[in-house]
Design a binder for this molecule. Structure first.
Ligand code: NAP
Length: 409
C-alpha cells in the first residue's frame, strides 16, 4: 500500500533551517529520494529544508526512515458504535506527533477494568468509531516539533490519554499511539515491554491521588527514596494494579504504608513495601486498621476498590490522628463523618499539572533503573496481535488478582 507523507508528517527535528547548511553527501541524497525509494509518495516536501544535519541527526533520520517503512499502515481495534462487541481490527491513520508529543510503535498494551466497562456500557462520551486503551510500551517512531527529551528509537512506556482528550491517536489499542512527553518514560534496558505496559493508568491514578494539590498532597517520590516522614498512608486494595503502584510511590516518598489484600497476596503486598497487610474480608477489618494506626500519624487513605471499603475507610481515618481524607478511584461513597474529606480520583488529571512530569520524567526512569520502583503487578500475556485484545478485555471483566493482562503487538 502506498502512503502519502507530507513534510508535516516528518519529525520536525529533521526540518532544519538552512542558515548553516552543508550539502548532504552522496550516501544521504535527500529526504524525497529516500522516501520514494521505499515506495512512499512524497508530497510538498521542500528538499531545501533537508540540507543540514549533524551526525546524530543523520542517524536519527536513518532510524526514522527505517521505522517509516514499517509505518505504511496503522491498524486499530475499533469500536464502531456504542456497546459494540467485539472490537474490529481495521486500518487507522498514521498519526503525526505535535508539539510535546511522540509517536510510539506499540510493542505491548495492557488492559484496565475501565476498557471493558467503557465498551459494554458506553457511559463516557466517546466519538464513535473509536478505540480504547491507555497503557502502551514500545519504540518512538517520530517526535513532534521541539521535542528534545526523546528521540526516534527510544524504548518507552507511557499513558495514552484518549479517554480524556477524545482524540483517536491518543488510544492504546492500535499499532501506533501518540503520547504526551510529560506522560512518557524512557525504559531502562532491563525492563521488557510487556512488564512496562502494566504501569501507566494504575501508576497515574495512584499519583493523582497521592500528590495532586487537590488530593492528599504527599511529598513527591525520589531516588534514592525520601527519608521517612513518620507518617502512614492507608491503601485499601494493595494487590490491585492501582494499589501496587500506590504502595511503591508512597514508600519512595518516605511514608509507611498499611494495606489490605487477600491473605494469598500478603507476601506480594509486603514485597512492594507495605509494613502491615490486613485481610479486607475479615469481619474485624475496620478495628484491625484503627488498632494498627494507634500512635501513628496518617497521611490519609487511598481506596483503590470502591463500594463498602469507602465507608470503612471513612471510619478508619475519622478515628486516627493526622490527615482525615480518603481519595477513591470510585464514586458513590456514603456521606462521610464530620471532619472527613473524600476526594474522587480521575487517573488522567496529572497530565495537566506538575505531577505528570514529576512522575513520568523525573522519578520513574531513574527509579526503574535503580530498581527502587518495579512494574507491578506481574503481567499475564494473553496473546499477540490486536485480535487478542477482545479476549483480554473480556478476561479482565471476570476479575484478576495481583495480575495485569497484557497483549503484545
Ligand atoms: N478513577 C480512575 O481514574 C480509575 C483509574 C484506574 C482504575 N480505576 C478503578 O479502580 C479499581 C481498581 O483498578 P485496578 O486496575 O487496580 O484493578 P485490578 O488490579 O484489576 O483489581 C483486582 C484486585 O482488586 C482486589 N480487590 C477486589 N476486591 C477487593 C476488596 N473488596 N477489597 C480490597 N481489594 C479488593 C483484588 O485483591 P485480591 O486478589 O488480593 O483479593 C485484586 O488483586 C477498578 O474499579 C477500576 O475501574 C479507576
Amino acid at each position: 500500500m502506498a502512503l502519502s507523507i507530507s513534510s508535516k508528517q516528518l519529525p520536525r527535528t529533521f526540518l532544519k533551517p538552512s542558515a548553516t547548511r552543508r550539502q548532504i553527501d552522496s550516501r544521504f541524497p535527500s529526504t524525497s529520494a529516500i522516501i520514494i525509494s521505499r515506495n512512499y509518495l512524497v508530497s510538498s516536501v521542500s528538499p531545501c529544508r533537508f540540507t543540514t544535519y549533524t551526525k546524530p541527526q543523520r542517524q536519527q533520520f536513518r532510524n526514522f526512515t527505517q521505522t517509516a517503512n514499517k509505518m505504511a499502515t496503522n491498524n486499530a481495534a475499533w469500536i464502531k458504535e456504542a456497546k459494540a462487541h467485539p472490537f474490529v481490527v481495521e486500518p487507522a491513520p498514521v498519526w503525526t506527533p505535535e508539539a510535546n508529543e511522540v509517536l510510539v510503535k506499540n510493542h505491548a498494551v495492557a488492559i484496565n477494568p475501565v476498557d471493558g466497562s467503557l465498551q459494554a456500557a458506553g457511559w463516557w462520551p466517546l466519538d464513535y468509531p473509536t478505540m480504547l486503551g491507555q497503557d502502551v510500551s514500545g519504540v518512538i517512531a517520530a517526535v513532534g516539533p521541539g521535542v528534545i527529551q526523546f528521540k526516534v528509537g527510544d524504548c518507552v512506556v507511557g499513558h495514552a490519554l484518549g479517554m480524556a482528550t477524545k482524540r483517536r491517536q491518543d488510544n492504546a489499542f492500535q499499532e501506533y499511539t501518540i503520547l504526551q512527553i510529560n506522560m512518557t518514560t524512557l525504559l531502562p534496558d532491563n525492563i521488557p515491554f510487556e512488564k512496562a505496559a502494566v504501569l501507566p493508568l494504575a501508576l497515574s491514578t495512584a499519583a493523582c491521588a497521592l500528590y495532586q494539590d487537590t488530593h492528599l498532597k504527599l511529598q513527591l517520590p525520589a531516588v534514592p527514596p525520601q527519608k521517612p516522614t513518620g507518617k502512614t498512608l492507608v491503601v485499601w486494595g494493595g494487590s490491585s494494579a492501582v494499589g501496587s503502584n500506590a504502595i511503591q510511590l508512597a514508600v519512595n516518598s518516605g511514608y509507611e504504608v498499611i494495606a489490605t489484600a487477600s491473605p494469598k497476596n500478603f507476601d506480594y503486598v509486603k514485597k512492594l513495601g507495605a509494613s502491615q497487610v490486613f485481610d479486607y474480608s475479615s469481619a474485624t477489618i475496620q478495628d484491625d486498621l484503627i488498632n494498627a494506626l494507634k500512635n501513628k500519624t496518617i497521611a490519609g487513605a487511598l481506596d483503590c476498590i470502591g463500594g463498602a471499603p469507602q465507608g470503612i475507610l471513612q471510619q478508619v481515618v475519622a478515628n486516627s490522628e493526622g490527615v482525615k481524607a480518603v481519595a477513591s478511584t470510585k464514586r458513590g461513597w456514603p456521606e462521610p463523618p464530620t471532619g472527613v474529606t473524600m476526594y474522587p480520583v480521575f487517573g488522567t488529571t496529572l497530565s495537566g499539572n506538575f505531577v505528570g512530569k514529576a512522575i513520568y520524567n523525573d522519578f520513574l526512569p531513574s527509579a526503574l533503573k535503580a530498581g527502587t520502583f518495579v512494574p507491578a503487578p506481574e503481567p499475564r500475556i494473553v496473546g499477540q496481535g490486536l485480535e487478542k485484545i477482545q479476549e483480554a478485555v473480556d478476561l479482565v471483566k471476570k476479575g484478576v488478582s495481583a495480575t495485569k493482562l497484557v497483549v503484545t503487538l
